[in-house]
Ligand binder design. Structure first.
Ligand code: FE2
Ligand code: FE2
Ligand code: ZN
Length: 555
């Protein structure tokens, strides 16, 4: 088929678009954006006749790599430390993918442009493919990895886990609320254009360094569709810019979307890359170095900043603050420590850090050891059952954190926590911007203008409040994170599966009470609450209580 006839075919597709008269379309998520004045062009003329052979070829390569991984005995060489984190990652990631698929009809309804509709329909097929090949990858890991426990329950565990809730918040951001906020600015303009670089490029490279060459094949197959999605997003962004009235909403949404993506993706992917790896060659990039190159230089400087020529205000302050959190405030390290603190309620195993890891962290992040080293030594010391409780319930100077009601990552940078009474309850936020998101952006009115289509952050979002004042053994049993013998836990704070004496069971958790920091906060008198908040904000780094923080500061 010649180039010319491809264009003709594409032209024909747009002519075939029609509005059904036989049914009234149900609009679940509308938009407050206006597109009356928008130009109607699709820069990436994709038609299915050329699309399907290309995707078929990509799928064939993925299947070939899967076959090769099994024949090549990849599972004998892959690092356990790395593979364990895949139980979490591969439980989360198919959900944002299928949410991206579901976001496409929302965007199609919201944007009156048949050319774009075609591009969005193609993206929908892409996203279904992504979700499917990732689920298939997970199935292969489950069948071949030495410890399938955890992989086999990922769909259920994703929905009831205290880390899964962060991923759920992320994926639901694509499919709820204002259709353009969700499906265009949050999903495409920010998540796909910026953060897939660390998700689908940086992470696969770390996987390969840990002996897993299958994950890179799958995720590069995903990432190579992303240019099409980025192009879809940019087209809609340009359409929105044609109407001056949209600018206020665009600026609001860029702030929300940038910050929320940073909170979630940098927490998760940063942890997988930096605490899931065994490869400590110093010439390899740290997460911060990759972030600087791919997100700061490539996305911020070459994509976001040029939008200023359209008169759009770019969230420079939030880009700088995200970088500041990563490089100065230990955002990734605080998150990894939180996940390790909560090991009994995970469904994967977290390896302790060793001297080799310490040296690498100190090299890449000077001062790391003084902040986090002792805690990881304690994690190692308290790794086996019998003599002590899990580390979260022993006195190591660590205070279990409050949750951020918006991004669902805890308020780990203690001094930045914001506490407000919102919709009748005291809520905690990890940052000013997360507080603004809930209190100002996700409301039916924004700066005096009606925004009826904007979503709201409601429901049983916070994991800890669901399990308040329960016995830890009952919580873990109900979550289903127990092995086939009915008592040994799936999560363990070490990798020594071969020695039964080292494996924690439900009996080791019996009698430990779990309390929700948010419920306790809401039960306090005003004076107690104020004192508690001041004390919390005086804590850190490394989750230190205020007393431990004072000792740290004077040392
Ligand atoms: Fe995708
Ligand atoms: Fe995508
Ligand atoms: Zn937050």
């Amino acid at each position: 088929m010649s180039r010319q006839s491809l264009s003709k075919a594409h032209q024909k597709i747009t002519e075939l678009s029609w509005e059904p008269t036989f049914a009234t379309p149900a609009t679940r998520f509308g938009t407050d954006y206006k597109f009356d004045k928008a130009p109607k062009k699709d820069p990436l003329k994709q038609i299915l006749r050329s699309y399907f052979p290309m995707e078929e070829e990509k799928d064939n390569r993925v299947f070939g790599a899967m076959d090769g991984a099994i024949r090549g005995n990849m599972f004998r060489q892959v690092q356990e430390r790395w593979m364990e984190w895949q139980k979490l990652f591969l439980s989360i990631i198919p959900f944002p993918e299928i949410s991206a698929a579901r976001a496409m009809p929302m965007a199609i309804d919201a944007v009156p442009n048949p050319e774009i509709h075609n591009g969005l329909a193609v993206q929908m097929i892409d996203e279904v493919r992504h979700s499917t090949i990732q689920m298939n990858l997970k199935r292969l890991y489950m069948n071949h990895y030495i410890d399938p426990a955890g992989f086999d329950i990922t769909e259920k565990a994703f929905s009831n886990n205290y880390a899964g809730t962060i991923g759920r918040q992320f994926g639901e951001g694509f499919i709820t609320g204002d259709a353009i906020t969700a499906a265009n600015i949050y999903l495409t303009v920010v998540a796909e254009t910026a953060f897939t670089n660390t998700l689908f490029v940086a992470m696969p490279s770390e996987a390969a360094a840990n002996g897993d060459y299958l994950l890179p094949t799958v995720f590069h197959s995903v990432q190579s569709d992303e240019s099409r999605h980025i192009s879809n997003g940019y087209s809609i962004l340009l359409m929105a810019l044609a109407d001056e009235d949209n600018r206020q909403l665009l600026e609001r949404d860029l702030r929300y979307a940038w910050w929320n993506n940073h909170c979630v993706v940098d927490a998760a992917i940063g942890t997988f890359i930096e605490y899931g790896t065994k490869d400590r060659r110093k010439e390899r990039d740290s997460y911060a170095e990759m972030w600087r190159r791919w997100i700061y230089d490539d996305y911020y400087r070459s994509y976001l900043i040029p939008l200023e020529k359209y008169g759009l205000k770019i969230p420079h302050d939030l880009v700088e603050e995200a970088w500041n959190r990563i490089i100065n405030k230990g955002y990734v390290h605080e998150t990894a420590q939180f996940f390790a603190t909560g090991w009994p309620v995970n469904y994967w195993r977290i390896d302790a850090m060793t001297d080799v890891d310490f040296e690498w962290f100190e090299y890449k992040y000077p001062g790391w050891y003084s902040k986090y080293g002792k805690w990881w030594e304690n994690y190692n010391r308290l790794a086996y059952p019998g003599l002590n409780k899990p580390i979260a319930f022993e006195d190591v100077g660590y205070q279990y954190p409050h949750r951020c009601w918006t991004c669902m990552v805890p308020c780990l940078i203690r001094e930045d926590m914001v506490t407000e009474k919102v919709d009748g309850t005291w809520k905690t936020y990890c940052s000013e911007t997360c507080a603004w998101t809930d209190m100002k952006a996700f409301r039916p009115e924004y700066e005096g203008r009606a925004t009826p289509n904007m979503g709201r952050l409601t429901g049983h979002r916070e994991w800890e409040t669901l399990h308040h004042n329960r016995d830890l053994a009952d919580i873990v049993k109900d979550l289903g994170y127990v092995r086939d013998d009915g008592k040994t836990l799936i999560p363990q704070p070490h990798l020594h599966l071969d020695d039964p004496k080292k494996l924690w069971t439900l009996d080791d958790l019996r009698g430990i009470n779990f309390a929700s920091p948010n419920i306790l906060l809401n039960q306090m008198s005003d004076a107690d609450r104020e004192a508690h908040i001041a004390d919390y904000k005086a804590g850190g780094p490394g989750g230190r209580t205020s007393a431990a923080a004072a000792a740290f500061a004077s040392a």
